[in-house]
Write a protein that binds this ligand. Structure first.
Ligand SMILES: Nc1ncnc2c1ncn2[C@@H]1O[C@H](COP(=O)(O)OP(=O)(O)OP(=O)(O)O)[C@@H](O)[C@H]1O
Ligand SMILES: [Mg+2]
Length: 156
């Protein structure tokens, strides 16, 4: 469902297959340098969505949660992708110390789980995705925060 300015979309995701279908649509709209925040409780489906995007791009390897490494890098379909999970980030200094700032080079595409852990040091989001857990399934709310992000959602 599109909001009047087309910068927010709310989608019911009845099951994992719906999450993977959304992943496929998002994969087709990724552009170099795009930053996507993934909000939602533990088990909401953030990693599942990123895994689906990578597989939709043709990546055939294992996509594991970057819970302990904080970052997993990928190359697929000519794109460089960086999957972060900041849940275990101790503090924002750790982002700088790990050299993550250098990963933001205008080309790498960022997916950031738990962005609220490092809000003041991470790059701003083009698209925010909020996954809400329902008794059965999930609801995804996608918000475009920049022109790039809004265009991405309009073409979803
Ligand atoms: N639409 C959906 N409805 C019901 N279950 C779903 C849906 N999409 C994904 N799932 C399931 O929800 C779980 C999501 O786990 P996932 O690791 O992706 O969560 P996460 O948001 O990354 O959690 P964490 O914050 O711990 O990293 C998986 O078991 C997946 O099968
Ligand atoms: Mg996860």
């Amino acid at each position: 469902m599109h909001s009047p300015d087309d910068s927010r979309i709310t989608l019911p995701l009845a099951g994992e297959n719906s999450t993977l279908a959304l992943a496929g649509r998002l994969a087709a709209q990724l552009r170099p340098g795009m930053v996507i925040y993934l909000h939602g409780d533990l088990g909401a489906g953030k990693t599942c969505l990123v895994r689906g995007i990578l597989h939709a791009l043709g990546y055939s390897g294992r996509v594991k949660s970057p819970t302990y490494t904080l970052l997993e890098p990928y190359h697929a379909a000519g794109l460089n992708l960086r999957h972060f999970d900041l849940y275990r980030l101790q503090n924002e200094d750790e982002w700088e110390a790990a050299g993550f700032r250098d990963e933001f080079d205008g080309s790498n595409i960022f997916f950031i789980e738990w962005p609220e852990k490092a809000q003041s040091v991470i790059p701003p989001a083009d698209v925010m995705i909020d996954l809400q857990i329902l008794p059965a399934g999930r609801i995804a709310v996608l918000t475009g925060r920049t022109q790039l992000g809004k265009t991405c959602l309009q073409q979803l």
